[in-house]
Design a protein around this ligand. Structure first.
Ligand code: FAD
Length: 385
């Protein structure tokens, strides 16, 4: 399948870089449960992870649409953007809500790769998706905030220098709206780990570096507060729309990868004296997933267009993520199914990509919560929680 959209220059350049990191590279990293350092370094050096940083701070000043193409092409080439996508959407939070001083301090170094901003700490073990109930607190004491609490599933901590952290600065009981009273901070992990922040890695189904975090009187300079105190949830939501749209693009990349692989395979694999792809029972699930990936793609562009125009895009970002994650999962199932036993062999890379794309039914937001958002916030149905 050839793309003829206006991003073909970006697509070709990212594909060329990805060609230097073939399936064997990603397979080996997966086997070793390692981190694709060389790949992330190459992406950084080529400037792709600084796509959203304005030119005045050393980046290329591109929009979410272009950033989404970069992520899509990584996944479409057999890689996994999960190793580095945090940098893209965390950047957005700093860009849109950080002060001029914060931007000047961090962005140029992020652009050159001297600093990595790959992590965002929101989820907590006892509150899950019910984010406004988070129990991690940040209490202002003079020129510092003192943080106590716990986070879970916080990704790329061991491969990041900085983390965006969401914590409660005003108790839930003292705010008018439950979404108020939370703030976001930039945490310098190099200063924090071992001095109030303990990290425990979580081994998981995907080769995704993710961790439990324990905060015990971690001190953060007050100047690391991003934006206004108490407004953090609103800022995070902006970043989450970018995250959802980028992940939609990654799922679209996965979807095309699965469809390319399975289409090629079913044309070649001969059983009962004919290619298995000649059977409609084989053709239809593949055709159906292709239709779904293409449809999800339209919603992804809609979300990018609104985000880049600074228009509200929660509805479209959530719907794009829902459609794309569903489509890539259906494509993954068809691809695995029609490879028969070979789909389970690691050397075909299908089982690896199958695990990777499965994550997006649950994270960064579960399918149910998107349905709930659309039902209650878009269609105005009565609130269930
Ligand atoms: C590999 C991985 C990496 C992650 N990286 C990060 C990260 O970097 N930073 C971060 O902050 N978080 C991260 N997360 C957390 C992720 O965002 C959450 O796992 C996800 O939002 C779901 O929250 P939960 O696990 O607490 O599930 P829960 O909130 O406990 O929900 C469990 C399930 O119950 C269902 N459910 C819950 N409430 C409702 C409801 N009201 N209606 C209907 N169904 C409901 C949903 O199907 C949901 O899947 C990561 C998770 C994973 C697995």
């Amino acid at each position: 399948m050839k793309h003829t959209d206006k991003y073909s220059d970006i697509r070709d350049a990212v594909r060329d870089l990805c060609k230097e990191f073939p399936d064997e590279y990603h397979r080996k990293i997966d086997e070793q449960r390692g981190y694709p350092e060389a790949f992330v370094d190459a992406l950084t050096k080529a400037g792709w992870l600084a796509a959203l940083i304005p030119q005045e701070f050393g980046g290329s000043g591109l929009g979410l649409a272009e950033a989404s193409v970069i992520m899509e092409e990584i996944n479409r080439s057999g890689g996994n953007s999960g190793a580095c996508h945090g940098q893209m959407y965390n950047m957005g939070t700093l860009l849109r809500h950080g002060s001029q001083t914060q931007k000047a301090k961090y962005l140029p170094k992020i652009a050159t790769g001297e600093l990595r901003l790959q992590s965002m700490g929101v989820t907590e073990p006892t509150t899950g998706t019910d984010t406004t109930k988070i129990k991690t607190t940040a209490v202002k004491k003079g020129d510092r905030y003192v943080v106590n609490g716990q986070k879970v599933w916080i990704s790329r901590i061991q491969h990041s220098d900085l983390m965006i952290l969401l914590a409660r600065t005003t108790p839930l009981a003292d705010v008018k709206k439950k979404s108020e009273g939370m703030s976001i901070f930039i945490v310098d992990l190099r200063d924090a780990i071992g001095k109030g922040l303990a990290v425990r890695p979580i081994l998981n189904m995907v080769n995704h570096e993710t961790n439990e975090l324990f905060f015990e009187n971690l001190e953060i300079p007050a100047e690391n507060l991003i934006g206004e105190e108490g407004q953090g949830f609103k800022y995070i939501l902006d970043g989450l729309n970018a995250e959802r749209t980028l992940i939609a693009a990654e799922c679209i990349g996965d979807g095309y990868w699965f469809i390319d692989r399975v289409t090629k395979y079913v044309k070649e694999r001969v059983v009962f004296g004919r290619p298995i792809g000649q059977n409609q029972g084989v053709q239809f699930p593949i055709a159906e997933s292709y239709i779904e990936v293409e449809a999800a793609n339209l919603m992804r562009w809609k979300a990018c267009e609104l985000f880049d125009a600074r228009q509200p895009c929660g509805e479209q970002a959530n719907m794009a993520k829902y459609l794309a994650a569903k489509a890539s999962w259906e494509a993954a199932n068809a691809c695995l199914q029609f490879h028969g036993g070979f789909g389970f062999a690691c050397e075909y890379d299908i089982e690896r990509k199958f695990r990777e794309t499965r994550l997006y039914q649950v994270a960064p937001i579960s399918t149910n919560l998107i349905l709930s958002y659309v039902a209650e916030h878009v269609l105005g149905l009565p609130r269930s929680f």
